[in-house]
Design a binder for this molecule. Structure first.
Ligand code: AMP
Ligand code: MG
Length: 406
């Protein structure tokens, strides 16, 4: 049995060995498909932004010195709208101003914008200003957000919501991202029926294929559903043979000590080199990892929560590594434990939990759940809390690590 951290290291080292630089080449995708993909090019500003001194309020472009006593009456000499600057030659001189809209270019001579709410229009070309302004108020100077040539996003970054807008703003209608590894998903078990079926009393629906599908998509890879293999050698051989043609194959169930747990036997028949098959983790102890050629092979424990936890600990970082993502590790987040927890003497527990931010720090407690088959219990949680193995209790108020689930 190996420690979780050791298992992660083994997976990541193998990934370094097997991931030739061109393993997951870059491909071009339209911007509308960029979300969650890993960038393979640096994104650079093609212009200063804003490209000119820009109004950030609707109102009047003024010389702030004209407003040292208020109210003040100014002559309106023109208009500057977004997309249509004031007429050429418009210069705001003493006691004049220019009507202006958010996003429009500041006319020459003006150094502040008074919001329209603080004015009173007296006639077509005269306005009364009711408040003073500071120099530079209501405007943004050229290049304040970005300078032409600035690197805005780095190769290796996962494209998040705001990045999509940033990419659009610098003209990236298509972007280079990592091609997604293909991940085969195989469920095993004589007791499983398909989701749409009605199981009789001795059967259950196959949920693992679907939770794994969702996890594969979230991690940025492409799931390939190979269905259910029954607990017999011919069926397992057929599905695993196809699975081995992918970048990663995930088999759930059939890896414990049961009489019909044949998955490791079939791995061995196919020449899969197993690097570990027991992890000091609770749940998730019978997690198998190996490879055949450059296909990564996982036998994940069958219980639905165990499957998901093992994916999160070992498969997700592998996918991110293959994608050449800059961050492959989970964020290192810590919370104060609300309620004491008993440690397991030999295995680190990774337990569904509820975390909240209160009084300047994260506080966490385990969520009500009934063990490694209790998916509904995991659905009630918003984090996984890590309870390191050892003797005795972790007391309330002690700091523990957690992985957010949202
Ligand atoms: P196993 O490791 O195959 O003995 O599976 C352990 C437990 O997980 C058993 O109770 C199985 O019925 C359950 N299980 C295995 N595979 C799945 C699956 N695809 N969906 C839901 N439960 C499963
Ligand atoms: Mg089974």
């Amino acid at each position: 049995m190996i420690a979780i951290e050791r298992g992660v290291t083994i997976v990541m080292e193998l990934a370094s060995d097997l991931a030739r630089p061109d393993r997951m080449p870059a491909e071009s995708v339209p911007l509308t498909e960029a979300m969650n993909r890993i960038l393979r090019e640096d994104i650079v500003a093609d212009f200063d932004s804003p490209r000119f001194d820009k109004a950030i309020r609707d109102g009047f472009a003024v010389r702030f010195e004209d407003l040292s006593t208020i109210p003040a009456e100014l002559r309106v000499i023109g208009e500057s709208r977004a997309g249509q600057p004031a007429a050429a030659g418009t210069t705001v001189a003493t006691t004049t101003c220019c009507e202006i809209m958010t996003g429009a270019a500041m006319p020459a001579g003006a150094d502040a914008v008074v919001m329209v709410e603080h004015t009173e229009r007296l006639s077509r070309d005269c306005v009364r200003i009711l408040r003073t302004v500071r120099e530079g108020e209501g405007l943004m100077h050229r290049g304040m957000e970005m300078r032409e040539g600035d690197r805005l996003l780095k190769s290796g970054k996962k494209v998040r919501l705001a990045d999509v807008g940033t990419l659009a703003s610098v003209g990236k209608a298509r972007i280079e991202v990592s091609k997604r590894p293909r991940v085969a998903i195989i469920a095993t078990g004589d007791e499983l029926v398909e989701v749409r079926e009605n199981p009789d009393a001795s059967r259950i629906r196959n949920s693992n294929s679907y939770s794994l599908h969702a996890q594969v998509v979230e991690a940025g890879a492409e799931p390939v559903m190979l269905g259910i293999a029954r607990d017999n050698l011919p069926d397992l051989r057929e599905k695993i043979r196809v699975g081995l043609e992918h970048d990663i194959v995930l088999v759930s169930g059939g890896v414990s000590m049961g009489k019909y747990d044949f998955v490791e036997d079939v791995f061995s028949e196919f020449g899969v080199k197993v690097l570990f098959d027991q992890v000091a983790m609770k749940p998730g102890k019978p997690t198998v990892f190996g490879h055949r050629g450059d296909t990564f092979v996982f036998g994940l424990p069958g219980n639905p929560v165990s499957t998901m936890v093992a994916f999160r600990m070992f498969v997700r970082p592998l996918i991110l590594k293959l994608l050449q993502a800059e961050d492959t590790a989970a964020p290192n987040l810590q919370a104060q434990l609300d309620v004491p927890e008993r440690r397991d003497s030999s295995r680190t527990a990774i337990v569904p939990a509820l975390v909240r931010f209160e009084e300047r720090c994260y506080r966490i407690r385990t969520a009500p759940w009934k063990g490694s088959s209790d998916l509904a219990g995991l659905s009630r949680a918003n984090a996984l809390v890590v309870i390191p193995h050892g003797e005795g209790m972790i007391e309330a108020g002690e700091w523990v690590e957690f992985l957010p689930l949202e």
